[in-house]
Design a protein around this ligand. Structure first.
Ligand code: TYC
Length: 111
């Protein structure tokens, strides 16, 4: 089902061509919520934060944390616009509250 129902479907069975109503089901733009690496935030804090805010298992959270640690950043989840922004804001507030410089941001999936 790759067709997003945007193109009209014509019915030529009758003498007069009838344009059938086509539901518009466009997918919303999606955003990756990523964490950035830094030299100060403890690994354990990052793993627990990923479990808590992104609902990953401990193993998956540890995997994501290590990817961020070695590659500089990593995707924790993919959300629609408002959910992505809210998630990043909550994570940044939580990190600040615990005096860690950990930074979370969202970026469009088409980048
Ligand atoms: N680099 C940090 C350390 O060595 C760990 C870390 C991982 C920090 C991921 C931030 O998003 C991050 N303690």
């Amino acid at each position: 089902m790759n067709d997003n129902n945007q193109s009209p479907h014509w019915n030529h069975d009758d003498d007069a061509a009838i344009q059938e109503a086509t539901p518009k089901l466009k997918r919303p733009p999606m955003y990756r919520v990523v964490l950035l690496n830094d030299d100060y935030t403890p690994m354990e804090f990052v793993v627990e934060l990923i479990e808590k805010f992104f609902h990953h298992s401990r193993d998956k959270a540890a995997q994501i944390m290590l990817k961020i640690h070695t590659e500089g950043k990593g995707v924790c989840g993919v959300y629609t616009g408002d959910a992505a922004e809210t998630k990043a804001t909550l994570v940044n507030q939580y990190s600040q509250d615990h005096q860690h410089p950990l930074h979370c941001q969202s970026e469009p999936c088409n980048e």
